[in-house]
Design a protein around this ligand. Structure first.
Ligand code: TYD
Length: 216
């Protein structure tokens, strides 16, 4: 029988940081260890979230205002929290989510220069104050990350990736600032290291968190 051990882990990073690969690797190891693991992503992960994803990431929507963009990402998040994440945690599962509220602080806050205070308030409302137990930040130089992404599936290229290099640099600097401000929640990993090495660092930190969460 699968072990239930509630833990909410989010993955953050600039474009091309390899989050998907690392989430799959981690989920496989945890499942092999008998845990029930739910993996999901933002924006998306629900029918409503996927509809919003199409709207917000469409490269044709060049006129989208930063506030509209923020609210769309937030609406998708509210839906996934209510429909998927909270129920899974209530069942005692491990939830691994590709992007979460910190993406909004990094991209819409640091990237677009919108008020972080306003975004934090909105974030509390959006998530009902659900904060991850652990956030893995896969750090990569912006040019390297965008080049990796560009070398991948052309269909994956979205409206956010079209933004300037300076925008993406601000996003990365924002992430590093967020991580430095809350070191007990964030693990910063060098995403340019070999995949196995990145995985080992993530697994070690997750196992530590699972140990801390184990019922007495
Ligand atoms: P996606 O194709 O899922 O990219 P990635 O593999 O890098 O996660 O696209 C999601 C894009 O949306 C990505 O460029 C980051 C951006 N984003 C925001 O700007 N704000 C948000 O709150 C979220 C969740 C994503």
């Amino acid at each position: 029988m699968a072990t239930t051990l509630k833990l909410f882990v989010t993955f953050e990073g600039p474009e091309g940081s390899g989050k998907t690969t690392q989430i799959e690797r981690l989920a496989a190891v945890l499942r092999a260890g008998g845990m029930t693991v739910l993996t999901t992503r933002e924006p998306g992960g629900t029918r409503i979230g996927n509809a919003i994803r199409k709207l917000v990431l469409d490269r044709a929507h060049t006129e989208m205002s930063p506030r509209a963009e923020t609210l769309l990402f937030s609406a998708a998040r509210a839906q996934i929290v209510d429909e998927v994440i909270r129920p899974a945690l209530a069942r005692g599962e491990v939830v691994l989510c590709d992007r979460y509220a910190d993406s909004t602080l990094a991209y819409q806050g640091f990237g677009h220069g919108q008020s972080l205070e306003a975004l934090r308030q909105l974030g509390g409302y959006t998530t009902g104050d659900l904060v991850p137990d652990l956030t893995i930040y896969l750090d990569i130089d912006v040019q390297t990350g965008l080049a990796r992404k560009r070398a991948g599936d052309a269909k994956e290229w979205n409206r956010m990736e079209e933004k300037t290099l300076a925008y993406h640099e601000a996003v990365r600097a924002g992430y590093l600032e967020l991580a430095a401000a809350e070191p007990s929640r964030w693990l910063v990993v060098d995403a340019t290291a070999p995949v196995d090495q990145v995985h080992a660092q993530i697994l070690a930190r997750v196992q530590l968190a699972l140990g801390q969460h184990r019922p007495a």
